[in-house]
Design a protein around this ligand. Structure first.
Ligand SMILES: NC(=O)c1ccc[n+]([C@@H]2O[C@H](COP(=O)([O-])OP(=O)(O)OC[C@H]3O[C@@H](n4cnc5c(N)ncnc54)[C@H](OP(=O)(O)O)[C@@H]3O)[C@@H](O)[C@H]2O)c1
Length: 245
């Protein structure tokens, strides 16, 4: 039986944990070739094995910091060199340092902006020329509900996630006429390592009714497997357990 993403190549940032990890496995099950990146190479090697077992066409890894242009370029070059194309880019890498504004340092600001916004720019900037040549491609930003609504204690994080939404909306208008689909996935809280020690605790996350990373991965897969005539612009996701104010 042919799989939905056989012959397609996907680059996933922040693949060594959480939503990126789960998305890699979801795309692997549909036969995609994968280029996986994150800083922890041992995690990428573990994921490579699991993705191959799950059915990936091929798996390449590039370990490094997503804030560095050379890493973005190297990931895109790897996709083209090994698989001949780059069909899907998942801009997933991101960090959250949850603090009230008066506790937020310039270093916190730089870390969040560079991890969440600069990386999104860099990977997209290097991927798009190839997608323009192909006249096709799908680019997704893993933004957040914090990219659509402001939350107390998360002002800078929210600013970075709103930035991803604006970037995607603008690129949708710029690139859709060429055949490239650009969209955002906006989950509420997800049970991952994210923000542990910078606003969340392991116990708090375990006790929460947050989304599972696999829930978000299924939304990523949906957005990557639309027909040629359809594009997903935005998906909002929230847990069934949220308390309504
Ligand atoms: N968890 C939530 O509640 C939630 C909700 C809505 C949206 N999101 C968004 O979802 C995305 C993924 O979050 P997650 O929950 O899956 O987080 P996670 O489990 O903490 O994973 C984050 C990933 O990003 C990588 N990463 C972080 N900084 C990096 C850097 N400078 N260079 C390269 N890789 C880096 C980490 O790998 P290394 O440490 O190995 O580099 C890891 O693979 C983020 O953009 C986040 O804003 C999360």
């Amino acid at each position: 039986m042919s799989k939905k993403l056989s012959g397609k190549t996907a680059l996933i940032t922040g693949a060594s944990a959480g939503i990126g990890w789960a998305s890699a496995l979801a795309l692997a099950e549909e036969g995609a070739n994968l280029v996986l990146t994150g800083r922890r190479d041992e995690r990428l090697q573990e994921l490579r094995k699991l993705a191959e077992e799950a059915g990936a066409g091929g798996v390449a890894t590039v370990a490094g910091d997503a804030q560095q242009e050379q890493i973005a370029k190297s990931c895109v070059d790897t996709a083209i060199a090994q698989y001949g194309a780059l069909d899907i880019l998942i801009n997933n890498v991101g960090i959250g340092i949850y603090k009230d504004l008066i506790e937020t340092s310039l270093q916190d600001y730089d870390d969040m902006v560079d991890s969440n916004v600069k990386s999104t720019f860099l990977f997209t900037r290097h991927a798009v020329p190839h997608m323009i040549d192909q006249k096709a491609g799908t680019i997704l930003m893993i933004s957040s509900m914090a990219g659509l609504y402001g939350f107390a204690g998360e002002a800078v994080y929210c600013a970075t996630k709103f930035a991803q939404v604006g970037f995607a909306q603008a690129l949708d208008r710029e690139l859709r006429p060429i055949g490239i689909k650009v969209g955002v996935i906006c989950p509420g809280g997800v049970k991952t390592e994210f923000a542990l020690g910078t606003g969340r605790t392991t116990e708090g996350v375990a006790a929460s009714g947050m989304l599972e990373p696999g829930d978000v991965a299924q939304a990523v897969l949906l957005a990557c497997t639309q027909s040629a005539s359809s594009r997903i612009i935005e998906i909002q996701m929230r847990t069934m357990n949220e308390s309504l104010a």
